[in-house]
Design a protein. Structure first.
Length: 184
């Protein structure tokens, strides 16, 4: 089985979920969100096609990471290899897995194998990026329509369960209160 990637895996990310994470950048996305920060990942024919066994070998070598994130592009266009890799990660590394998608939870759960994907991962950040709802104060998401979803709890309860602590705005503690405080 193969997967089309936009680039090599990157390690030590601190913006694609909590902790220090390795990101798997899938290639291909048809959502066309205006203002997308990653337009080079949209083409379904660009990037590189890699055997998932090669990615498993790379994952075996990584150390010092708290979790794995599938981003892109939209990983849901390649649900079969994403499930294959997510199951491998769970069986070997026992790390938490986050998935970013322009599809909503409700759309994903009705896709072929959508429920299986949601059962395999821990968190879904769902929905298209909306420029008019963009905010720099958000944790792990670009616009406030997007939801940070606890996939296991959502499946258990039969409705979307948010991870509230990650839906809050960033706790930005001012380094100084007044201009004159900068130099004291
Ligand atoms: S879903 Fe993500 S990658 Fe796709 S167009 Fe929207 S912001 Fe860009």
């Amino acid at each position: 089985m193969t997967i089309r990637l936009a680039s090599d895996l990157s390690t030590d990310s601190i913006v694609d979920g909590p902790g220090i994470r390795t990101v798997i950048w899938t290639q291909g996305c048809a959502h066309n969100c205006p203002g997308c920060h990653n337009p080079g990942t949209h083409s379904m024919s660009r990037g590189v096609v890699v055997d998932v066994e090669e990615i498993k070998d790379v994952l075996d070598e990584i150390e010092g990471q708290d979790g794995i994130t599938f981003s892109g592009g939209d990983p849901l266009y390649q649900i079969d290899p994403v499930i294959e890799l997510a199951k491998y990660i769970k069986s070997t590394k026992k790390m938490n897995i986050w998935v970013y998608s322009g599809f909503t939870y409700e759309e994903i759960i009705s896709m072929p194998r959508g429920k299986e994907l949601l059962e395999t991962v821990d968190c879904l950040v769902d929905g298209k990026f909306m420029m008019e709802r963009r905010s720099l104060d958000l944790l792990f998401r670009g616009s406030d329509n997007q939801r940070v979803i606890d996939t296991r709890q959502s499946l258990k309860k039969g409705k979307v369960v948010l991870i509230e602590k990650y839906m809050k705005k960033k706790d930005i503690t001012p380094l100084y209160k007044k201009d004159e405080d900068i130099f004291v």
